[in-house]
Design a protein around this ligand. Sequence first.
Ligand code: AVI
Length: 309
Amino acid sequence: MKNTLTEELLVSLSADKPSISPKFFYDDVGSHLFDVITLLNEYYPTRTEKWIMVAYRREIADAVAHCDVLVDLGAGNCAKGSQLFTSIKPKQYRALDISKEYLEAAVADLEKQFPQIEMSAQAVDLSLPLTFPELQALRKVFFYPGSSIGNFDPEKADQFFINLAQECYGNGGLLIGVDLVKDTQTLNLAYNDPLGVTAAFNLNALLNVNRLIGSNFKLQDWEHYAFYNASQSRIEMHLRARSDVQVTLPSNGSQDHIISFSKGDLIHTENSYKYTQENFVEKLRRAGFTDIQCWTDPKKHFLVCFANT
Ligand code: AVI
């Protein structure tokens, strides 16, 4: 495991445009920092999505109509998924996430509160194709909130939607939240909060990498750099070298690898794509979804869609 990760990071950090995958954000500290981000005034997506879900609770439940299985993609602590139980009334709840232990504890708690719903927890990597042969005959509703889809490159997002539409077998749907294109100032502030929580979240990826592969990134050598790239409709997050830096990646058996960065060099850590309602609906349609219904907030900052198959 250690060697595979070292190899992956060696390749991504030595590339022409060095990068670290956003999956390295989410160790224990990073997951807690992300929870704090969602509470910040500047980070509007979480509270705006919640507002839409509450304001249009009835309409959303009517659109979903009937749900045998609620499949919660990236369920985390299952809070968002479980808020749908009383309105959507699923017979089964499938919680999926990368970290099984965290998920199992959350599902165990929910089972006590909702004994009438059959529940299960499953560890999955959402970047790989999903398949649910045992659920083929049931009406599934996939739930993917929080604009996590924005962290996929657009082509990957297309593949992801095609996969989900196929897995519905003509009888299911997708309830999804996505962040919308808006004024640059609001976007830049959401990823450059004055308290520095997003900066800590970004820098923490280096500590996680150090812990996982024994590298020696020093936080004082790097700074958070995030901006809205309008031509690509995405927030880009980077770590920028504050001086000339050398980083050692230890190698089992052979010689350690040393990677050199010059002052100002960037390590790309995340893209967060923003969509217009029209683009996003078109994307869902192209993947095979139909009857797409959308709800937004008064400022049109965030979008929730339900798409049938
Ligand atoms: C998880 N994801 C939807 C967040 C986003 O807004 O793209 C991750 C994040 N990165 C910095 N702030 C929040």
